[in-house]
Ligand binder design. Sequence first.
Ligand code: NAP
Length: 301
Amino acid sequence: MKNHITGRTRLAGIIGWPLEHTLSPAMHNAAYEALGLDWVYVPLPVRDDSDLIRVVGAVRALPFVGFNVTMPYKQAILDICDEVATLARVAGAVNTVHREGDRLIGYNTDGRGLVDSLAAEAEFDPKDKVVVVIGAGGAAGAATLSLILAKASKVTILNRTTERAEALVERAASHARDTDLEAGPFPEGAVESIRTADLVINATPMGMRRSDPSPIPKEWLRPGQVVADMIYSAQSTPLVTAARAAGATAVDGLGMLVSQGATALEIWSGGTETVAPRGVMRKAAEDALTETALQEVGEEE
Ligand code: NAP
């Protein structure tokens, strides 16, 4: 943890609400320390949309290199940025903002985080693969765009509100030359596309509470499949437990979190050759997650 703030220290941070359990400050500050960067990463809890505008105004006036954005502002920030990268615009969400002079440029590094974590943790390359994404929010949008870039052969987006899945397919369609896109409801009629997919992704909050059932029943999954849960927890998530019981390879969202943060750091470095220390970031995130879980047990007692 950085304990030597100077008059030249640059700022980074995360805007969201609530932020009590965010792992990003621990992960980023460990990386800046390892890289010898005179930066510090702080939580920026923002209560509502009008505070969001004020806080972003303050960020423009302060020596920020950039900031992350998390729930519930990943959509609202789109209209506040001066420019938004195409991937983030089509995904419908920004999670990383880079400050270039007076301008704020919005990116989405979540999809890249997902694809990188699948390569690192499951040796999975989406090229020519059939994928099912559950959910149609910002994270599902980012995943879909990254799967298109990775040349998946088919991506089926299944969502509780089918119209949102259809709207995502419509936005992404003109970018999908090598990838067939399809939308459908969830969970009704989802079993066949889930069972036949090479990769199944949970991009919903289902499974966040320890008492939640798996968003996908074990019986719908099979050996040989890869299952990615964007949720993470100090224990196994309900979906990861179900997938492993079915003989599938499962990864949770911690690797995605680390990789999206690493890509954000590299963007803020502004095209220098800086490579984020992913191992250091992973260790810091794991330690912070364990600490948060212990605090929660303490609070429950
Ligand atoms: P979002 O924009 O709010 O979208 C949430 C999606 O989940 C929507 O499609 C919603 O369906 C669906 N959903 C919510 N509750 C549901 C339920 N009870 N049953 C069925 N569907 C439900 O959220 P997001 O930003 O995309 O994030 C989705 C999840 O991914 C969050 O839990 C977030 O923490 C996680 N995430 C993780 C990482 C990481 O680095 N590991 C990064 C980004 C996001 P409707 O359209 O019907 O409302």
